[in-house]
Design a protein around this ligand. Structure first.
Ligand code: PMP
Length: 395
């Protein structure tokens, strides 16, 4: 065996949890991603999804994807720069730019490759990139790919952000990158304060609205819209894999920034363009956001109901202000165990352990969709109380 096999053969952590019967990953679903999914011949309530609008099995979106596949085929066989640009890619870019309130947008094949491809093109040697220490992995990778000086501040600590800004050369580009809704903890970035600091230190702000679109702002325009700070945010990115019921991502900004990225973001230029089906699905979902505001209202009704119920039952849920509800466990083994117990009771939730959180902050992530019912939430919370008590996480 080679050196690589020798080294990787020592990686036994997954097997350790498999042997204990609590390995929680890659569980197979053989139905649509809805509030109820089929797994191994039984129904499981889905509280581990990012489909906040509950649109992944919407008939209109399915039909749009089928029609696009019939017209354009199953793939584009090339990058946006060369043979891979369809009229529907451009249409979606125009609609997204208008939706989030920016001049122009670019659509990528995944949200991950937006952050990975865009961030390193915005800052170079002598510049600075400043991130919240809970930013998404794709932002971390984008940051690592840049040649700028990399700075981090403690989660949502605005004094700590200001201290980092004070370290920077005044004439260098200072790019602040944050998630608008933190994907595991469900709390919001303090965008009004970030904008104040941006102005004070002449910085640039990039906001990841992956979990904000659909959920916050007018007709789901996002957290920037919710706080009324869109014009002061330089770049807004989003994904299609959550509220938009598809896959793909975009970045929106003013004309000059987009013109630069269109010709320099490597995952835009060198990655094959998004499929016709995914693109048409995202366009249709975006229209539905605007035509059916009741989806967003339902999401908030059920979210507020669940937040209240979890609090009353004594769960530790941190500072969440969104449909992402972290149920803190603060122990990796117990996080896996409670995920498994809940699954056996018919409730799908996601374990969150390092590097997705700090070691002392392990949690299970309970996420809501606009289509969840009160009965489904009651059922899940009852089961979770039982499981958390069984493991003495809840008294
Ligand atoms: N940003 C954030 C905050 C995310 O949570 C995710 C996905 N979980 C991404 C970016 C990447 O998006 P996608 O999965 O659509 O590629």
């Amino acid at each position: 065996m080679g050196l690589l096999q020798d080294k990787l053969g020592k990686y036994r952590i997954p097997q350790m949890y498999m042997e204990r019967g609590v390995y929680p990953y890659f569980r197979e679903i053989d139905s649509a991603q809805d509030t109820e999914v089929m797994m191994d011949g039984r129904k499981v309530l889905m509280f581990g999804s990012n489909s906040y609008m509950g649109l992944t099995y919407d008939e209109r979106i399915i039909n749009a994807a089928i029609a696009a596949t019939r017209k354009y085929g199953t793939g584009c066989a090339g990058s946006r720069l060369l043979n891979g640009t369809l009229d529907i890619h451009v249409k979606l870019e125009k609609e997204l730019a208008e939706f989030v309130g920016k001049d122009e947008a670019l659509c990528f094949s995944t949200g991950f490759t937006v952050n990975e491809g865009v961030i390193p093109q915005l800052v170079g040697r002598g510049d600075y990139i400043i991130c919240d220490d809970r930013d998404h992995a794709s932002i971390v990778d984008g940051r690592r790919l840049s040649f700028a000086t990399q700075l981090k501040y403690k989660h949502n600590d605005m004094d700590a952000l200001e201290k980092e800004l004070q370290k920077c050369e005044p004439d260098a580009i200072k790019l602040i990158v944050v998630d608008s809704v933190f994907s595991m903890e469900g709390d919001l970035a303090n965008l009004p304060e970030i904008v104040r600091l941006k102005k004070k230190y002449n910085a640039t702000v990039y906001v990841d609205e992956a979990h904000g679109l659909g959920v916050f702002g007018r007709n789901g325009r996002g957290v920037c819209d919710h706080f009324g700070v869109t014009k002061d945010i330089d770049l807004i990115m989003g994904t299609f894999s959550k509220s938009l019921a598809s896959i793909g991502g975009f970045v929106a900004a003013d004309k000059d920034i987009i013109n630069w990225l269109r010709h320099n973001a490597r995952s835009y230029i060198f990655q094959a363009s998004n499929t016709p089906a995914a693109t048409a699905a995202a366009i249709e979902a975006l229209h539905i956001f605007q035509e059916e505001p009741e989806r967003q209202e339902n999401l908030w009704k059920i979210t507020n109901y669940a937040l209240k119920s979890f609090r009353e039952a004594g769960f530790e849920i941190g500072d969440t202000a969104s449909p992402i509800i972290p149920l803190y466990v603060r122990d990796t083994d117990k996080t896996f165990e409670v995920t498994k117990l809940a699954f056996d009771e018919g409730v799908f939730i996601n374990p969150v352990i390092p590097p997705a959180c700090a070691p002392q902050d392990t949690l299970v992530r309970f996420a809501l969709m606009a289509t969840h019912t009160k009965e489904q939430v009651d059922f899940a919370i009852d089961k979770l109380i039982k499981c958390f008590k069984q493991l003495h996480i809840l008294k």
